[in-house]
Ligand binder design. Structure first.
Ligand code: SAH
Ligand code: SF4
Ligand code: F3S
Length: 441
């Protein structure tokens, strides 16, 4: 038995892929997963490449492991998005103590790759991207027991000019809806209450003409699963039929992550986002008309090449107009191979990017706080996720339909149950309250 430890960076898709890898290697008799790197004989890093700091974190971690385990016989394997985009750099650097590399579509070959290093002592790798691999025959090794991630499509064909994902994860492909529904049924039998459908571009899901609205309806028919979420969608793929399902199907949470990226039309065009500021605002209006209580969140990039102060102000104005519940704001980070890296020099000074991100974060923090304060006095249905919080063993934590964290005092309830909580207090990041009813579902 070889002891294996895996560490995950990046998005939920990577979390999910880690669960796949646990199943794939766990099936072999030779491997056992453990919770600490100190005794591991094989250390896997499931990496992210979306911004430079994600990359740097992994390089630092590799050196740190090497130092700590100096002299030990330990194999280090790089999985995930860095594997595809940085294969050459990873293999070429003689000081980098890594032994094998597997890209996001090569996890089924991990046992062979590891065996090859063990027998030959030479670095092995497989970073081939597939147009078909969806791992629909691998049942992930999940933890937690309340929410289950389930990838329904993989890859991305959008080629936003700043983004490395189409290069690290390859072409879009969707999973057979029957296969997805069968997995969701099994999850319900195991006691999961919520599923989150995942895809790099989840609402462009299409399996032989069956679209994302169809998939949501089908998944909602599974008894036992009470909540359905999805991430990450693209604003271009919200036909009315999909909005109607989100608005009307009681199991589909009225919560949408709607990545804006920028609020200026020239920058949006350079980014190849395929919508204008007016089209984005119109979509928001339509969503709010159908679902006045919808929770909207977003992603924004500041300092895209050539973005002027005035153009950045357009983004600020959209943020102030839309009033997102929360926003993830990033400084533009040039990624190798992308269209932006080839065509547009990264010419916005880092200090300017910092000023913009600080300013926008301050504005958004106030909006998030106001939005949360407006919930005080309301009663929310909460799915309990934890029988503790980061700060207190005497409080439970769950989420409301809008995916906001709700904290309340410990009581005679358990993880996986639904309770109604009266909201008494708000911060920019969470709501606090007390349970007024335990629900029978
Ligand atoms: N598929 C998702 C995005 C995945 S990456 C989607 O389309 O919404 C998550 C976020 O990282 C993006 O929405 C974007 O805001 C940010 N991001 C991606 N590439 C970036 C880059 N090169 N520099 C800075 N932020 C980036
Ligand atoms: Fe990247 Fe754009 Fe695809 Fe999202 S939609 S993964 S930002 S290329
Ligand atoms: Fe990172 Fe790859 Fe996800 S680049 S954000 S781990 S798709």
């Amino acid at each position: 038995m070889k002891k294996v430890y895996i560490e995950t960076y990046g998005c939920q898709m990577n979390e999910y892929d880690t669960e796949l890898v646990k199943t794939i290697l766990g099936k072999e008799e030779d491997y056992q997963f453990i919770d600490s790197p100190d005794e591991a004989e094989i250390i896997l890093l499931n990496t992210c490449s979306v911004r430079d700091n994600a990359n740097r974190k992994v390089f630092n971690r590799i050196h740190q492991i090497k130092q700590k385990r100096n002299g030990d016989k330990v194999l280090i394997g790089i999985l995930g998005c860095m594997a595809t985009n940085f294969r050459q750099q990873l293999l070429k650097d003689p000081h980098l103590p890594i032994d094998f590399i597997a890209g996001p579509d090569s996890y089924k070959r991990l046992p062979q790759l590891i065996r090859r290093v063990e027998t030959t002592g030479e670095k092995s790798f497989d970073v081939t991207l597939s147009e078909f691999e969806t791992y629909s025959d691998v049942y992930p090794t999940r933890e937690g027991g309340v929410n289950a991630w389930i990838a329904v499509m993989r890859g991305c064909d959008n080629f936003c000019t700043f983004c490395v994902v189409p290069y690290t994860r390859g072409r879009e492909r969707s999973r057979d809806p029957e296969n997805v529904v069968a997995e969701v049924r099994r999850l319900a039998e195991e006691g999961f209450r919520q599923v989150t459908l995942l895809g790099q571009n989840v609402n462009s899901y299409n399996y032989q003409g069956k679209d994302f609205a169809y998939l949501l309806e089908r998944v909602s028919e599974v008894d036992g699963i009470e909540r359905i979420r999805f991430t990450s969608p693209h604003p271009k793929d919200f036909p009315d039929s999909l909005l109607r399902v989100i608005a009307e199907n009681p199991k589909v949470c009225r919560q949408i992550h709607l990545p804006l990226q920028a609020g200026n039309d020239r920058i949006l065009a350079l980014m190849n986002r395929t919508y204008t500021r007016a089209e984005f605002l119109k979509l928001v209006e339509k969503i709010r008309r159908l679902m006045p209580d919808v929770v909207l969140t977003t992603d924004i990039i500041v300092g895209f090449p050539t973005e002027t102060d005035e153009e950045f102000e357009d983004t600020v104005r959209v943020v102030e107009t839309v009033q997102f519940d929360s926003a993830f704001i990033f400084k533009y980070s040039e990624r190798p191979k992308t269209i932006a890296a080839r065509k547009y020099p990264d010419d916005v000074q880092d200090e300017v990017k910092t000023e913009r991100i600080v300013r926008l974060n301050e504005i958004q923090k106030k909006i998030s706080y106001q939005k949360n304060c407006a919930h005080v006095g309301e009663v929310h249905e909460v799915l309990i996720e934890q029988e503790f919080t980061k700060k207190s063993p005497n409080h439970f934590q769950g989420r409301n339909e809008g995916n906001k964290i709700v904290i309340f005092p410990r009581g005679d309830y358990r993880k996986g149950q639904f309770v109604r909580v009266k909201i008494l207090e708000a911060t920019p990041h969470a709501l606090r309250g007390e349970v007024v009813e335990v629900l029978e579902k």
